[in-house]
Design a protein around this ligand. Sequence first.
Ligand code: SF4
Ligand code: SF4
Length: 489
Amino acid sequence: MHAHDPKLSADHSNEIGLYAKRKSVFPKAIDGPFRRFKWLVMAVCLAVYWGTPWIRWDRGPYAPDQAVLIDMGNRRFFMFDIEIWPHEFYFVAGLLIMAGVGLFLLTSAVGRAWCGYACPQTVWTDLFQHVDRFVDGDRNAQMRLQKAPWGPAKIARRALKWSIYLLISFGTGGAWIFYFADAPTLQHEFWTGTAAPVAYATTFVLTMTTFVLGGFMREQVCIYMCPWPRIQTAMLDEKSLIVTYKDWRGEPRGSVKAALKAATPLGDCIDCMQCVAVCPTGIDIREGPQIGCITCALCIDACDKAMADVGRPRGLIDYCTLENAEREKRGQPVTPVLRSIFHPRTLVYLGVWSAIGLALLFALGQRARLDLSVAKDRNPEYVTLSDGAVRNAYTLKLRNMEERPRTYRIALQGLEAGAIFTDEMDAATAARVLTVDVAPDTTRQLRVYALAPRGSKPADFAFVLAATDKEGGSDLAATTFTTAQGNGQ
Ligand code: SF4
Ligand code: SF4
């Protein structure tokens, strides 16, 4: 009965939506030094990503010949001459820490350069935006097509564009799996339908995420999803390089025509909106530093071009520290860019980053290529033989990290009256030193028995592993010998 009572109708006109509606961004093509640098970085990033799994690396007949390989099956990580075993995972952890500190270092030195040039989201979004221009034309043509009603021409263009998106996405998702298996073999298996299901599943998931994130979500990822801009914003200070609109020089803004008619002189900004038109995240840098600015510097290229067209000096929008911006505003001399880049915080990050790198290199140079670990049988801890001798059993793991077979000597250190033998030997032939072969790039598990004569006391002792070849190398694993009198301590 009250449905049409105006007093009872809800007024939603002033409500703020929970989610901001996406404003489509149609960045205009621009040329300039920063755009060319972006091209270069994009080419290098894509070449590295797509090319790396195809680089071959000769490690001899017993190891894979792929330069970079994450071999999940054998639990190895190969990177050129470096091979990381599971027990050496601290190297990978070290590299990840270096990558994290490296991002802090980069942000401290040159602001959000990672976001602007090398982040995969930036690189692939940029790539897709070039596809847009290739298929639909530049900014104005794209905007016209967006507004145009659906018809055969629009459907055909969209179908072509999304097919190219899909092709790039498939190439991206498909390339990832080649890091985890021999690339030529996996490629053959993939196309003949004989690859592992996980290879197809991974390719599908990565294809779809690239298609959606790079093709459609684009700047939304940077502005709403990625945590890195928030962290970086907290890290920026007055010495950080950011892309700045020099409002003290540009304001009050107005077109060249308006400037001619104005009673008082206008600033250098001719309000041509080119900085906004080229921005891949669709923001207006003249409104001040903001989270949506990935510091790609394309607006610098656009504004420099606008300034050149009206015969004014470049740099109305420029890379600048907030400190220098304030100085410039007050007419004071500015700090040279290099000093801004290498300020104390950057040097501290550089020091930490280099220290971790050097420590990893040192550890890499020092690491042994063989390894021994021992596990003593706990049940039973010892066995008394008919002649009164005491026997303890151990499982030895002999690791050969070389890409060639090696012969090792296993010797007893301590347990003076003791001797050792294996399952393949007779106890009567037990000796203080055994010789065993270990295949390349493997861990050999060996049951070893230590034998001590009647009346022997419990003791601490060690197995010593030593390579017999000229490269040598040794390792030692301490353990105990148990008798009826207890454990060695
Ligand atoms: S405001 Fe300029 S630097 Fe920032 S994202 Fe847009 S074009 Fe790039
Ligand atoms: S490109 Fe330069 S001149 Fe044109 S609107 Fe932007 S800041 Fe002003």
